[in-house]
Design a protein around this ligand. Structure first.
Ligand code: SF4
Ligand code: SF4
Length: 353
């Protein structure tokens, strides 16, 4: 079902959403735009380019209380499991971030099911906003995850997203991807005509021409596998990478975590939390006194190969959606697309030569 929403009615339309859902969307905060719970629809920043933290944090939080427990003999008894209860709508999520959430669905709701992620995901509606602007480090067009929403690597967006919005100037094209979300809106919408649909296509062609950064993904998984010993890993990993973990904290598909228990001295209250961990951290690969990724080069290679090679074998898709965040937020300017170019023997940016 394709509809038209006049922009002058946008806030009333958002306001018409059922009150039982928390609304989360991009909000301008000083110089940056961040996903935040909304106080009112007017706060929404609909022409943002990117955010530092991806919207994944509202489904898979950076720190999460999992359960409370009490010692019982030599064992522990879980007294209370803390499954997420929030019912929420993520608004204006760009296609690359929507695909990143669908990538996490494959990881955490596939063969292995994470009950915490699954509960929150099932209580989350995803409203996608097709992009109108391109950042210098965006390469979703090369990956196939943007700038407009389409199927990607066997993933039908209608199975992971609920509604797609396209900015057509003075109005939005509104495409309901399933029937569930339609029931939440009470505001009447106009029916879209052929001209609106054609304009959407034209806008997509126009924005695709604006991409500066590109990544050649042809045979990429095997090409990287064949270059495990390439000098780029030690040169960039050892000389430039700081192991600061920024790249993994901002990446919308990273899912590694660690757990920590907090226990009161009198044992009256014990809680288990999980928090995001990072393969770039020295102790991540420490096992029984040894460390199988003790060098920064090995850790950088793990990040790049997991995203662009191993992930394909594990989950049937890339683990990179081309959002450009790891490049934007790397304090030393490390760029995985330049690493790939060097490995493939193509011309690289001067900064890396
Ligand atoms: S690897 Fe970098 S560009 Fe790719 S999805 Fe993660 S943060 Fe975005
Ligand atoms: S953000 Fe850059 S410097 Fe920090 S760990 Fe990642 S690649 Fe290394």
């Amino acid at each position: 079902m394709v509809k038209i929403l006049q922009k002058k009615n946008f806030c009333r339309w958002i306001d018409s959403l059922s009150r039982q859902y928390a609304l989360i969307g991009p909000v301008k905060e000083r110089e940056e735009t961040e996903f935040q719970p909304l106080r009112c629809p007017e706060q929404l920043e609909m022409d943002y380019i990117s955010t530092m933290a991806a919207p994944r944090k509202f489904i898979y939080p950076s720190r999460q209380l999992l359960f409370r427990f009490t010692p019982q003999g030599d064992d522990q008894l879980i007294t209370e499991e803390i499954l997420p209860q929030s019912q929420q709508i993520l608004l204006a999520v760009h296609p690359c971030d929507a695909h990143a959430i669908m990538v996490l669905d494959r990881v955490l709701m596939g063969e292995f099911t994470d009950s915490y992620y699954t509960k929150q995901r099932q209580n989350t509606f995803l409203i996608v906003l097709n992009c109108q602007k391109v950042d210098k480090n965006c390469f979703c067009d090369s990956m196939g995850t943007g700038p407009f929403l389409h199927s990607w690597m066997g993933q039908d967006p209608a199975k992971g997203c609920d509604l797609e919005l396209t900015d057509l100037g003075d109005r939005y094209l509104v495409e309901f991807l399933n029937g569930k979300i339609r029931k939440l809106f009470s505001f009447p919408l106009e029916t879209a005509n052929d001209e609106d649909i054609q304009l959407k296509k034209k806008r997509e062609v126009g924005i695709k021409e604006k991409f500066i950064k590109k990544l050649n993904i042809e045979n990429l998984p095997s090409s990287l596998r064949q270059n495990m010993d390439h000098s780029v890993w030690s040169r960039i990993g050892e000389a430039i990478c700081l192991s600061c973990t920024n790249c993994t904290m901002v990446c919308p598909t990273c899912y590694c975590y660690n757990t920590v228990d907090t226990v009161k001295l009198d044992l009256s209250k014990s809680e288990r939390y999980r928090y995001w961990d990072s393969c770039q951290e020295l102790h991540f690969a420490e096992v029984h006194g040894g460390n199988f990724r003790s060098t920064r080069g090995a850790r950088l290679r793990q990040f790049v190969l997991h995203k662009l090679s191993y992930w394909m074998e594990q989950y049937g898709c890339f683990g990179c959606v081309g959002c450009g965040r790891c490049i934007n937020w790397c304090p030393t300017g490390i760029d995985l697309t330049e690493i790939v170019k060097e490995i493939r023997g193509t011309k690289i940016n001067e900064q890396y030569s």
